[in-house]
Ligand binder design. Structure first.
Ligand SMILES: C[S@@+](CC[C@H](N)C(=O)[O-])C[C@H]1O[C@@H](n2cnc3c(N)ncnc32)[C@H](O)[C@@H]1O
Length: 227
C-alpha cells in the first residue's frame, strides 16, 4: 500500500465518511487474517465486498495465485478506477453489494465459496445490515466461509452488537479472531461458517442461543378476602 493509496483513501473518507467509514486502509496483518479461508488449491469463487484501495484484494490475489474467480464489488467509482489499474485479473463490479446475487448471475455464477467483506457494518442502518447479510447467505455455498472485520473500539456500540447478533442468527459457527493492534484503528475478524438457509433452519431449528428464552415469571394476583 503506497502513500498515494493512503492519501486517496483519506480523501474518499472526507468526501463520504459514512460509506468509507475509515481513515486508513486495513493493515497487512488484518488482511492476512480476513483472507485466511481462501483455499490454496482448486478454483474457488471468491467474492470481496468493499475493497477500497485493495488491502484485502492484494492478499486474496496472492493466495489465489492465478486460480479461481475473484469478484470484487465496490460502490465508489474512484476506488474502482484505482482497483482496475492495480488488479487487472480481478473481476470488478461497480455496484452496491446488496445486488450480490444479480452480480454473480450475470457472470454465470450461482454461488461463492468464500466471501470476504471490507464493508463498514457499524455505519449501516439495521435494515441495510440485514439486506447485506441476507445477500451474503443467499449465495454462499453450504461449505463456504464468510469473513468480515470490526473495529475493537466500536464493539460495544449498538450497530456492532447488532452485527454480532445477526451473524449468530445467520451462521452456525462464528469465531472471533484476536485483535490486530497494528491496524489503525485496532480491529478483529469474524470468521463465519455453515450459513443457515431456510431449508437448513427448517431441519435444524433455530441456533440454541436464539431458541433460549428467559422463563416468564407468573405474576401472583392475590385477591383481598371477601368482606
Ligand atoms: C472501511 S472501507 C474498507 C476498505 C478496504 N476493504 C480495507 O479494508 O482497507 C469500506 C469500503 O466499503 C465500500 N462500501 C461501502 N458501502 C458499500 C456497498 N453498499 N457496496 C459496496 N461497497 C461499499 C466503501 O466505498 C469502502 O471502499
Amino acid at each position: 500500500m503506497t502513500v498515494d493509496h493512503r492519501r486517496q483513501f483519506l480523501r474518499e473518507f472526507l468526501r463520504d465518511p459514512f460509506t468509507v467509514a475509515a481513515v486508513a486502509p486495513s493493515s497487512q496483518a488484518l488482511a492476512n487474517a480476513v483472507v485466511a479461508p481462501v483455499p490454496l488449491t482448486g478454483d474457488p469463487v471468491v467474492v470481496e465486498l468493499g475493497p477500497g484501495t485493495g488491502a484485502f484484494t492484494q492478499a486474496i490475489q496472492r493466495r489465489l495465485a492465478g486460480r479461481g474467480h475473484h469478484v470484487a464489488i465496490e460502490i465508489n467509482e474512484r476506488f474502482a478506477d484505482l482497483l482496475a489499474g492495480r488488479f487487472p485479473r480481478v473481476d470488478l463490479a461497480i455496484a452496491d453489494a446488496r445486488n450480490l446475487r444479480e452480480i454473480l448471475t450475470v457472470r454465470g455464477l450461482d454461488h461463492a465459496d468464500v466471501i470476504v467483506s471490507g464493508l463498514p457494518w457499524a455505519a449501516f442502518t439495521p435494515g441495510r445490515q440485514d439486506d447485506l447479510l441476507a445477500a451474503v447467505t443467499a449465495v454462499l455455498a453450504p461449505h463456504g466461509a464468510f469473513t468480515t472485520f470490526a473495529y475493537a473500539h466500536t464493539r460495544w456500540m449498538p450497530p456492532a452488537r447488532r452485527l454480532r447478533h445477526s451473524l449468530g442468527e445467520r451462521f452456525e459457527e462464528v469465531v472471533r479472531g484476536r485483535t490486530e493492534r497494528a491496524n489503525m484503528p485496532p480491529a478483529f475478524v469474524y470468521s463465519c461458517r455453515r450459513p443457515y438457509t431456510p431449508a437448513r433452519r427448517a431441519t435444524t431449528g433455530l441456533p440454541p442461543h436464539l431458541s433460549w428464552r428467559r422463563p416468564t415469571r407468573t405474576l401472583q394476583v392475590t385477591r383481598p378476602p371477601n368482606r
